[in-house]
Design a protein around this ligand. Structure first.
Ligand code: PXP
Length: 417
């Protein structure tokens, strides 16, 4: 695929996700459709004259097929909780949009026309590559199609923000993804001497101060690192989000229902393993997992299931009513060769896309570090990363705040350090 084509697909996927976020019921069957015409100065001049009475060449023109507002209207029209004769339904009835929920609508965004000749001149003037200038024009055109404008100052600032967001997607970052830090290994150091230092509760505060979006701890059956006291204190002190990883056992379910973390991630657990070695087999343990999910839901706790990037597992997670899946990135992280890494990466990408399409929130984690995270952080379907060992290991050498900030800047490319 050409680099420019790839950039367009990345942006379209991001737009699909943006729209899906506005309504859980809006799931697009495919990427939104966009036609891109690359032409000459003479070609764009003709269109500029025809549509805008401006008989001169320009760099980019965009034509919106359906307005962004209409896409929102579509989202609401599809929502179950709206009365069938609401204004949104009436708007929807006035245009001929496919409303087959099972198939998911296909959104046609419109057309973007770019003069490659003008783009090439502007690239030389700006001292940037033609590819980059073409991407800038694509971004600008797409922002217009989404209803942004730069006529008024306040609108222009919003448009600039939207363009900045699109640029950071192309730069390999998923600036909407959140980063939650697992502080288990602070407790591992404490347990090495059986004392009280270092305290994972203090570490969690520092992690939050450094800008992380949440704290993760795994309360294992053998209590090898995190202790019950840690979870109780973290519940009272964490100001962002507390994600409790645990096995779906009776003991753990009672603790979770008592403590009420912001989210529970169900993981498989074997006593002998060094760390969580594989994803939860939701298919094999469907009934147990389903019961655990519903018990946690009754206590008002959203649930995430830690699964391998496999279609059947993702579908099973949705069937047992999980709210999120956490995609196991361990095989990608440990891949012994670049080609195997590519294969594992594709599995993660496909699993994340499927999960997002099924309306699940998508988390990812295990084995991610400062070298391998960038590639997965560019997957726009992933909402949240859970990273522990690499950050705590780096923190031992450079300090926790710096280690967290450095990881944040990789997960959210474009965020200044
Ligand atoms: N997600 C889950 C479900 C895990 O069990 C772990 C390891 O505790 C992680 C993420 C974090 O993995 P790592 O410590 O390798 O970053």
């Amino acid at each position: 695929m050409l680099a420019f084509e790839r950039a367009a697909h990345l942006l379209l996927r991001h737009i699909s996700r943006l729209l899906s976020r506005e309504s859980a019921s809006l799931v697009f069957k495919d990427e939104p459709q966009l036609s891109i015409l690359l032409t000459t100065d003479a070609g764009i001049k003709e269109l500029n004259a025809l549509w805008f009475s401006r008989p001169w060449p320009t760099n980019v023109i965009s034509f919106a097929q359906q307005s962004y507002a209409l896409a929102y209207a579509l989202a609401y029209a599809l929502a179950d909780d709206l009365a069938p004769n609401s204004a949104f339904h009436q708007m929807d009835a006035s245009v001929d949009l496919p409303l087959d929920r099972s198939a998911g609508p296909n959104l046609v965004l419109g057309d973007i026309v770019i003069s490659v000749e003008t783009a090439a001149r502007e690239a030389v003037q700006a001292g940037i590559s033609l590819q980059q200038r073409m991407e800038d024009l694509l971004i600008h055109g797409l922002a217009h199609i989404l209803g942004e404008d730069h006529e008024e100052e306040s609108a222009a600032a919003r448009m600039q923000q939207r363009e900045y967001e699109f640029r950071s997607i192309l730069n390999g970052g998923n600036n909407m993804a959140e980063l939650c830090i697992n502080v288990d290994h602070i407790a591992t150091i404490r347990q090495a001497r059986g004392g009280s230092e270092p305290d994972p509760v203090t570490a969690a505060s520092l992690v939050e101060l450094a800008g992380a979006d949440g704290i993760v701890v795994h309360l294992r059956e053998d209590r090898r690192h995190i202790q019950d006291r840690d979870v109780e204190l973290l519940r009272r002190t964490v100001k962002t989000r507390l994600n409790l990883e645990m096995a779906a056992t009776e003991e753990m379910l009672s603790i979770a229902c008592e403590i009420k973390p912001d989210v529970v991630t169900l993981v498989p657990e074997r006593r002998q393993e060094l760390t969580t070695e594989g994803g939860l087999d939701v298919i094999a343990h469907r009934d147990t997992v389903k019961r655990a999910v519903s018990r946690l839901h009754e206590a008002g706790i959203p649930v995430s299931l830690f699964v391998n990037p496999e279609e059947d597992q993702i579908r099973a997670a949705q069937e047992v009513q999980s709210d999120c899946v956490e995609i196991h990135t361990g095989r990608y992280a440990d891949a012994p060769s670049p080609s195997q890494e590519d294969e594992e990466f594709d599995r993660i990408l496909e699993a994340a896309q499927l999960a997002a399409e099924l309306g699940l929130r998508v988390h990812a984690g295990h084995g991610l570090n400062y070298h391998n995270v960038t590639r997965v952080a560019a997957i726009s379907f992933i909402d949240e990363f859970s990273i522990g060992h690499a950050v705590i290991a780096r923190a031992a050498l450079v300090g926790l705040e710096r280690a967290v900030r450095e990881m944040l800047s990789l997960v959210k490319r474009g965020l200044p350090l």
